[in-house]
Design a protein around this ligand. Structure first.
Ligand SMILES: [Fe+2]
Length: 284
């Protein structure tokens, strides 16, 4: 198969979902949902009330060395203004509890809109899994009912370094919501990396390791898709990304339930994430 044909196949084959008026994740038909669950990735029509333009403008402002937002302090390993080792990606990362303190009000509000989208996706995954609904809160470390942890990150790429934009990895949380301004994202399908084109007016959604973990004993496990971002060059259009990560409570536990409601396994979130974070920043 030629690379052109493969790209055509993937571009045409990526399912497109939407969030309904009832704040539920919906697809045109069941085959689209099947494909999304199988790939671990789909496009989501950006809701009309989501002010992407102002959030993108905020993200673009961070590339300026004089931006005050670049001086937000680090909180542990995961939050603050961070340049990843061995990757070009540079990001301002903050978890939900710090959005009001450090982000402008309209960006904190934007993050809460992404919370609504993330919860809708999470609840549909759990509905499909047939894990009993009374257990959804515990199964998701609180996320499905408005708790848990979430990050809202603004990323760009330091083209002075010849590294990967982002090395091949899987995301460690439940669901990732991405708005990317330029191409570069690729996902691995059958051992081959394939471009995920930017589709105007749409977000890119992918599933992560924690979601794979908690659905492992259910009727419908989801795939955590392996992906990477190609090395960005100074001559490329500047690639910005807005990335939202839906996570369990980072101080809590991940629980694996089956469809009868029995707990089949568990891991502390701290341990689970620490292993994956090492994988992301280690030379492979
Ligand atoms: Fe990722």
């Amino acid at each position: 198969m030629t690379s052109t044909r493969r790209h055509t196949f993937l571009g045409a084959g990526l399912p497109i979902g939407a969030v309904s008026e009832k704040t539920e994740l919906v697809f045109p038909d069941a085959a689209d949902l099947d494909r999304a669950w199988e790939l671990g990735l789909f496009y989501l029509k950006a809701p009309g009330h989501l002010d992407l333009d102002s959030a993108r403008q905020f993200g673009r402002g961070l590339i300026d060395d004089s931006s005050v937002y670049r001086r937000i302090p680090k909180y542990g390993e995961l939050e603050g203004f961070i340049a990843l080792e061995n990757n070009q990606q540079t990001k301002l990362a903050l978890r939900r509890e710090r959005w009001d303190q450090h982000y402008p009000a309209h960006i904190a509000a934007f993050g809460r809109r992404l919370d609504e989208i993330g919860i809708a996706i999470m609840r549909e995954v759990l509905r499909q899994s047939r894990i009993p609904e009374p257990l959804w809160d515990r199964a998701s470390g609180g996320y499905a009912s408005g708790g848990g942890d979430a990050f809202l990150n603004f990323v760009h790429y330091d083209t002075r370094h010849p590294d990967w934009g982002l090395r091949p990895h899987t995301d460690y949380g439940f669901v990732t919501i991405l708005d990317a301004s330029a191409p570069g994202l690729q996902i691995e399908i059958d051992g081959q990396f394939e471009d995920v084109p930017v589709l105007q007016g749409h977000l890119i959604i992918n599933f992560g390791e924690a979601l794979n973990f908690i659905t492992a004993y259910s009727d419908r496990a989801v795939t955590a898709v392996r992906h990477r971002v190609l090395s960005q060059r100074a001559t490329n259009p500047v690639r910005h990304g807005i990335v939202y990560f839906a996570n369990p409570d980072l101080d809590g536990m991940l629980l694996q339930f089956d469809t009868s409601g029995s707990a089949r396994g568990s891991s502390s979130v701290e341990h689970f994430f620490a292993r994956l974070e090492r994988d992301l920043t280690t030379y492979q």
